[in-house]
Write a protein that binds this ligand. Structure first.
Ligand code: ACM
Length: 535
């Protein structure tokens, strides 16, 4: 792998198309189809009775946070605000411990709707499902009679946002958090530094933001998060049951660090292909001490045999550990093309140990998996293809034999910045792109790395690199609908373990979400692979 990179379809019609996962009753000729839920729930049964009808007297009772999330969702989708008193029908939101973490049950019938979470996150996810169930019935809004029992397959369900190649302000990050959380994703990995810029204020190393944050790809403006900004992101994410995983990519992808601390940086390693690209495009090659505005990778390195490098890593990760309530700190470790193998191994061993000694779990891209001396239980993030090439699966298995688990981010399926086959002039195509929605969907986590099983998989994460992405619109156009395929791989039963886990079923279910996404302000790509409902 080389990084160098019609008319409104009636809701009923769309729902009927979701019969790939229909209930036994529906398969036997009952014309009432299953409602469209994404990611597919663990178990869903269509009930035979009349639906729950919403109106201005409908009340929400129960847990306050979930009630306010549901009120906002209801109002955005239907325009109806829940009643604050009276004797209207009730939507009850409860937490009852005992089930698996993040699980919930939802029942709806003519008389009431009840959502019961095993914990606050489970209740939040039940509310998201309820938002997807809302359907028009003429001029009215209904929740079909249904019974759902749902729990996640994997504990870690992530998205990554690259705020280094292009900086994205707090409001953009919060919007992406909210929209991703509606698909039951629970981790935001922020790629906070790269060759083109440094994006996080640290009091221990103020030169980073003073000298290395103002630039971005193509000469676009840079930026950085103040400590207050970062706290705001972390708190907003927590309110959506999402952790933040900060990444400081090392030892390569560090040209910007060299602008602030030249004494830590090696000279750029310039390859012939880089020279050829620069000559063909008129782009500049990286130069020490000068901001880098291109999109080549792997040419920069911190000095591996200088103790000052490890003092720097200790300061940076130490301060980030104090700012980050989640358990993970990501050290990068990808594409260190100019670093000798034994030097790379020494580096990732020392930095992973610094992070583990801070009481956090290190995460590294899969290249670090066969470095001896990695801190025990370091999590590996696999970014090779669905069918591994070049021994990338061996490196991934290295984390498992070291006591760690894997996050799966197969680049030819769920790198959300890969171009669509047809669509906006955004994105790149180096990861075997363009990448269709069907390709984003048609893979199974347990078969990517031979020899590992579900217990070795922490979860699934869909990265989004921002070389070509400048705005929230750009981000969400590239992410939606493919992010829903990643969410289904992360949350839903394995392929083959549920009738719902087929492309045809997913295609119909995700198409039914178009109007909800529009009402939530999600600017999705209306891919021609999907029949989009319009109301
Ligand atoms: C990567 O795409 N270099 C992790």
């Amino acid at each position: 792998m080389n990084r160098r990179r019609g008319r409104a379809i009636a809701a009923a019609t769309v729902l009927a198309a979701s019969l790939a996962g229909c209930s036994p009753a529906a398969q036997n000729g009952d014309t009432v189809p299953l409602p469209a839920v994404v990611p597919a729930p663990a178990a869903i049964e269509q009930a035979t009775g009349a639906p729950f009808r919403l109106d201005a007297s409908t009340r929400i009772e129960g847990e306050a946070d979930a009630a306010s999330a549901l009120s906002a969702l209801l109002e955005a989708r239907t325009g109806l605000a829940p009643a604050t008193g009276g004797d209207g029908a009730v939507i009850a939101l409860r937490i009852e411990g005992g089930g698996p973490a993040e699980s919930y049950a939802l029942t709806a019938d003519e008389a009431s709707v009840t959502v019961t979470g095993a914990d606050a996150a489970g209740l939040f996810y039940g509310v998201q499902t309820l938002g997807q169930l809302l359907a028009r019935d003429g001029d009215a809004w209904v929740v079909p009679a249904v019974s759902i029992e749902d729990a996640p397959r994997f504990a870690y369900r992530g998205v990554m946002l690259d705020v280094a190649r292009h900086f994205h302000p707090v409001e953009t990050v919060k919007a992406y958090i909210g929209h991703a959380a509606s698909l039951k994703l629970n981790a935001l990995h922020l790629h906070l530094s790269d060759d083109q810029g440094w994006r996080i204020e640290l009091h221990s190393r103020p030169e980073l933001t003073a000298l290395a944050s103002s630039t971005a790809v193509g000469g676009d403006p840079g930026g950085f998060y103040t400590k207050d900004d970062y706290r705001e992101i972390v708190e907003y994410a927590a309110s959506r049951h999402m952790i933040v995983v900060p990444e400081i990519d090392m030892p390569s992808h560090t040209h910007a660090i060299g602008l602030a601390y030249p004494e830590l940086a090696e000279e750029p390693v310039i390859t012939d292909p880089m020279r050829e690209t620069a000559a063909a495009t008129g782009g500049a090659l990286p130069e020490s001490g000068t901001p880098y505005l291109g999109i080549e990778v792997g040419f920069s390195s911190l000095k591996i045999h200088d103790e000052a490098t490890y003092d720097f890593a200790a300061d940076v990760f130490g301060e980030l550990a104090g700012m980050t309530p989640g358990p993970y700190l990501h050290l990068g470790g990808d594409e260190a093309h100019g670093t000798a193998e034994e030097d790379f191994a020494l580096f990732v061993s020392r930095v992973s140990t610094i992070i583990a000694d801070l009481g956090k779990t290190p995460v590294a891209w899969h290249e670090a998996g066969d470095a001896g001396g990695l801190a025990g239980a370091t999590v590996g993030q696999y970014w090779g293809y669905v069918t591994p090439t070049d021994g990338m699966d061996d490196r991934a298995r290295g984390f498992v034999s070291n006591g760690g688990q894997l996050i799966l981010s197969p680049a030819d399926a769920i790198y959300l910045d890969m171009k669509y086959p047809t669509g906006p002039d955004l994105g790149l195509s180096w990861a075997n792109g363009p990448t269709s929605v069907q390709r984003a969907y048609d893979w199974e986590p347990s078969t990517v790395i031979p020899g590992i099983d579900d217990a070795d998989i922490l979860g699934v994460e869909a990265p989004l690199w921002s070389e070509t992405l400048r705005s929230l619109d750009d981000i969400e156009t590239m992410a939606f609908p493919r992010i829903a395929a990643a969410a289904e791989a992360a949350w839903s039963p394995a392929t083959g373990a549920s009738d719902l886990r087929t492309w045809e079923s997913f295609r119909a279910r995700v198409g039914a979400l178009g109007p909800l996404w529009t009402s939530l302000g999600i600017g999705f790509h209306p891919s021609g692979e999907i029949d989009w409902a319009t109301e």
